[in-house]
Design a protein around this ligand. Structure first.
Ligand code: ACM
Ligand code: ZN
Length: 433
């Protein structure tokens, strides 16, 4: 029977006359042919992902068969992402590529790549070599050195690989906080100018970029210029979360900035900081994404807000007419244990909160699962946190919310475990029980 099926014709059709919704496609399999139709490259890739799933899920004793189907399919949300923190712990290029494969296989479309932190700067910047010479390495409490970074060649390789699978890579360059590794490399960037080590424990650190020093903005513009050369995405994530204002409160330069700009205080100074970076990026054709703290002190027009402290930041953003991405700690934090967020909890996630108008709902462009890696030192642990929970997030963001049936979903998840194993994924459990 396998031989009889070898003559099936496969068509990839770009049909510009038909309109498909978000990354939509049709897939038709009959005895004679396999026909994938879309009007976008993304749509064709999502159709190929479905085809691949159909084949791989229909294996018996090493032979595959392709069931006859007729599928019309499209994405519910245009932004379907995984945040991967490669700063707290560093993951090799091959691991990133494996994750890009898996994102594509599950029709996610965004890798949000967290590249800078207090505990490590992971992206090579030609103009500031100490960012990686010093900032990419920390001395652990036991005296050992931990670190690593991505060269520009590594990044080009990853971006090209992702692009070939229609996955967008959005780099995150954190500011003004979570910047101690940069300050360790270049102490003049902080308010005190004092030398600090790359952080070797977890938390929120007060050595942040000085908002009163113009050389900080020159530095960041230089860094972002090199970042923009590497990443074709329309978006740059600029962080914005968890920036303690203690140093700004004691800093003459920051205080002078507050009075010269007529700002009410430190929160408005953060808003000034973000707006100044946004203006620079926007002049270069890029849109910013920031964590929901960028709402404090006045939200910059056109900024995309990523809501993490619940859904409230996202709600406030869309009420301002800004777009939002939802990744609340309640459902989307994959660093949390299964006692807090199990598979069922992720599957129950709805990025659209109650009480929004139709226009406001449309400003919520999607969601992300956030994989912070303070307690994820290796690939095995990473796999066990991300899987199987990613399957739930992928379905929540792709499929229609009226189709949720958890028991039926869990049954389907079982059929994916052998595929994940073949992909080298050391998946974790579904729940604590
Ligand atoms: C965050 O979890 N600090 C965005
Ligand atoms: Zn300062």
């Amino acid at each position: 029977t396998n031989a009889a099926h070898a003559n099936v014709k496969i068509y990839l059709l770009m049909d510009s006359m038909r309109s498909f919704k978000n990354e939509g496609y049709s897939l038709e399999v009959n005895q004679a042919e396999v026909k994938l139709t879309s009007n976008t490259e993304e749509g064709i890739h999502r159709a190929l992902a479905s085809l691949k799933q159909l084949i791989l899920l229909n294996e018996t004793d090493g032979s595959y068969f392709l069931p006859c189907v007729k599928i019309e399919d499209w994405a519910s949300f245009e932004h379907r992402g995984l945040l991967l923190d490669c700063s707290r712990h560093f993951f090799e290029v091959d691991v990133i590529k494996k994750y890009i494969d898996l994102l594509a296989f599950y029709k996610m479309n965004t890798l949000h790549w967290h590249l800078t932190e207090d505990q490590g700067w992971r992206i090579a910047i030609d103009k500031y070599p100490k960012l990686t010479e010093i900032g990419a390495y920390r001395t652990e409490a036991d005296g050992s050195i931990y670190g690593g970074f991505y060269s520009k060649e590594d990044i080009k390789e990853i971006v090209a690989y992702a692009t070939s699978k229609q996955i967008e890579v959005i780099p995150e360059i954190e500011l003004p906080g979570h910047s101690q590794a940069a300050v360790a490399a270049y102490p003049h960037l902080s308010c005190t100018g004092q030398s600090v080590p790359v952080a070797n424990d977890w938390g929120v650190f007060k050595e942040i970029y000085c908002a009163g020093n113009d050389s900080v903005f020159i530095f960041l513009e230089d860094v972002l210029t090199e970042v923009m050369e590497l990443f074709p995405s329309d978006y740059i994530h600029i962080g914005g979360d968890e920036a303690p204002k203690v140093r700004w409160a004691e800093c003459d330069k920051c205080q002078r900035r507050i009075s010269e700009e007529g700002l009410a205080g430190a929160e408005e100074l953060q808003s000034y900081f973000i707006r100044r970076i946004q203006t620079f990026l926007s002049e270069n054709g890029k849109q910013i994404i920031g964590w929901d703290e960028i709402l404090e002190g006045g939200l910059a027009k056109g900024a995309l807000v990523q809501s993490w402290r619940g859904m409230e930041g996202g709600i406030e953003a869309v009420k301002h007419g800004n777009q939002a991405i939802m990744s609340p700690t309640s459902h989307a934090y994959f660093d949390y244990g299964l006692d807090a967020i199990d598979l069922k909890k992720v599957y129950s996630f709805n990025p659209i909160p109650a009480g929004l108008s139709k226009e406001e709902q449309e400003l919520i462009i999607g969601g992300e699962c956030n994989m912070w890696t303070e307690h994820v030192p290796d690939e095995k642990t990473l796999d066990s946190r991300v899987f199987p929970r990613l399957l739930a997030m992928a379905e929540v963001l792709w499929s229609d919310s009226t189709s949720r049936d958890y028991p039926e979903f869990v049954e389907r998840v079982q059929t994916h475990y052998p595929l994940l194993e073949k992909h080298g994924v050391q998946y974790g459990k579904e729940s604590v029980a």
